[in-house]
Design a protein around this ligand. Structure first.
Ligand SMILES: *Cc1c(COP(=O)(O)O)cnc(C)c1O
Length: 455
């Protein structure tokens, strides 16, 4: 926040405005069309349809303006229509929208790989391969680890979320709604996936357990139940996303990474949600100086265009034979152009500093509120990846009912808030990193009022 020149410029007025009841007539009409043709398995949390979005504001088709505290699930960190991203997309689309990098390659793919080599931690030689979604990056990181080690097993954690494809469903911890429904299952799931106990400071039975001790608990499972010689990779979200914005205790990740290194196990950081300035650093592993062997990235990488990546040690990635990795759309040229522009915006506006500033504004306000109510168990997170965990008054019992009611009350007032957590009792704040402070505080006023109103 040093120079005015680095303030983002917004096309839409950054103001919340709700006119009457919503969904309005146009959204209601779209909902009717939708239910006739769109599968009900894909559900939407907000019942209005978007007409325009910019900075921290989202306009619906009936003229309401909402504050966006979700960024399309941590995607539009640079805003939903960052001028640099829009310009780059237009420019690239005017030339070619697709050729397939596996058929006729192009420069943008290489430029993204160069950027990722520069931005990710580790001063060793790196390689990158690009895909479309977070799940696809995770699947491929596991494929690479298996090929490079010749070992089959993969260890993932309690509360983990890694996606919805077959292998990533197996890696994901939570059953409903990702792996099963009330009356059925998406299984059978991929084999050779093992579950490790996570470090979840707020829910530890022994609250004084250290990060190192929690890591030893997981290492014991790997040594006793899997066997290091069978283990290709450990995959971990440095700040868990869907599972509840869980920040492991200090020392947890470094201890695991050191053990993995000693045993020749590939340490994969799934930074799909936590990457790209979200936590106040380029990557969340930077907070503890952990250098993963492979990093998976997506969400915030390309200003809203679908792109994902695996970046890591050259010897691991290059263990895969030519033709062993790829996909028709992976590293699409328009998505690559968007990523290069989004990364430029992150650098120019120093969005890591903005994420830290958001933490500085949000956390003290919510901690002060925690003192005045008995339903907030914990306020936690890093940078602009922040959460409130709700409990039954005076206990540690999850309170999903209050959580839902608070999110609904915020929406009524025009603030889009996402929930998450294994127990459905967490409100997560993921504002675009470019959000103005006035708008941020207005949204927080609404959230605070909604929390106070819970009986
Ligand atoms: C969202 C997410 C994924 C899956 O990404 P998709 O693009 O939805 O496939 C994987 N890992 C983490 C940590 C995520 O937050």
């Amino acid at each position: 926040m040093t120079t005015q020149a680095l303030q983002p410029h917004f096309r839409l007025e950054q103001k919340r405005r709700i006119i009457g009841d919503f969904p309005g007539p146009k959204s209601t009409a779209l909902n009717a069309r939708r239910s006739a043709v769109v599968a009900k398995g894909v559900a939407s949390g907000v019942p209005v349809y978007v007409a325009d979005a910019d900075g921290g504001i989202l306009h619906d088709v009936d003229g309401n303006s909402f504050i966006d505290f979700g960024s399309g699930i941590a995607v539009t960190s640079v805003g939903a229509s960052d001028p640099a991203v829009v310009g780059a997309v237009k420019e690239q689309a005017e030339h070619f929208t697709h050729t397939c990098f596996m058929v006729t390659p192009y420069e943008g793919y290489i430029a993204v790989a160069e950027k990722l080599a520069e931005l990710t931690p580790g001063d060793f030689e790196k390689r990158t391969v690009l895909f479309n979604s977070g799940a696809e990056a995770v699947e491929n990181a596991v494929k690479i680890a298996r090929m490079a080690t010749g070992r089959p097993a993969v260890a993932a954690f309690d509360h983990a979320y890694h996606g919805r494809t077959n292998l990533t469903m197996a890696l994901t911890a939570k059953s409903l709604p990702y792996k099963a429904g009330p009356d059925g299952t998406f299984g059978p799931f991929a084999s050779e996936v093992y579950r490790l106990p996570m470090s979840y400071p707020f829910r530890e039975e022994n609250p004084s357990i250290t990060g190192e001790e929690a890591a030893q608990r997981a290492i014991s499972v790997m040594e006793k139940q899997i066997g290091a010689e069978s283990l290709a990779a450990i995959i971990i979200e440095p700040v868990q996303g869907e599972g509840g914005f869980i920040v492991p205790a200090d020392g947890f990740m470094p201890t695991l990474a050191a053990w993995a290194k000693e045993k020749g196990v590939v340490f994969i950081a799934d930074e799909v949600q936590s990457g790209f300035c979200r936590t106040g650093e380029w990557f969340a592993v930077n907070h503890e100086g952990v250098v993963p062997d492979l990093i998976t990235m997506a969400k915030g990488i390309a200003g809203g265009m679908p792109l994902s990546a695996v970046t890591g040690r050259a010897d691991l990635l290059d263990a895969v034979h030519p033709g062993g990795l790829g996909g028709t759309y992976g590293g699409n040229p328009v998505a690559c152009a968007a990523a290069l522009a989004a990364i430029d915006t992150m650098t120019e506006l120093d969005l890591s500093a903005r994420a830290r500033r958001i933490e500085e504004i949000v956390v003290p306000r919510l901690r002060a509120l925690q003192e005045q109510t008995d339903i907030i168990g914990e306020v936690r997170g890093r940078g602009a990846m922040l959460a409130v965990e709700f409990v039954l008054p005076g206990t540690r019992e999850p309170n999903p009912v209050a959580t839902k009611a608070i999110a609904a009350a915020c929406l009524e007032e025009g603030v889009i808030i996402l929930t998450c957590g294994t127990y459905g009792n967490i409100i997560r704040l993921l504002p675009p990193l470019v959000i103005g402070e006035e708008l941020l505080n207005d949204g927080l006023d609404v959230l605070e009022k909604a929390i106070r109103a819970v009986k």
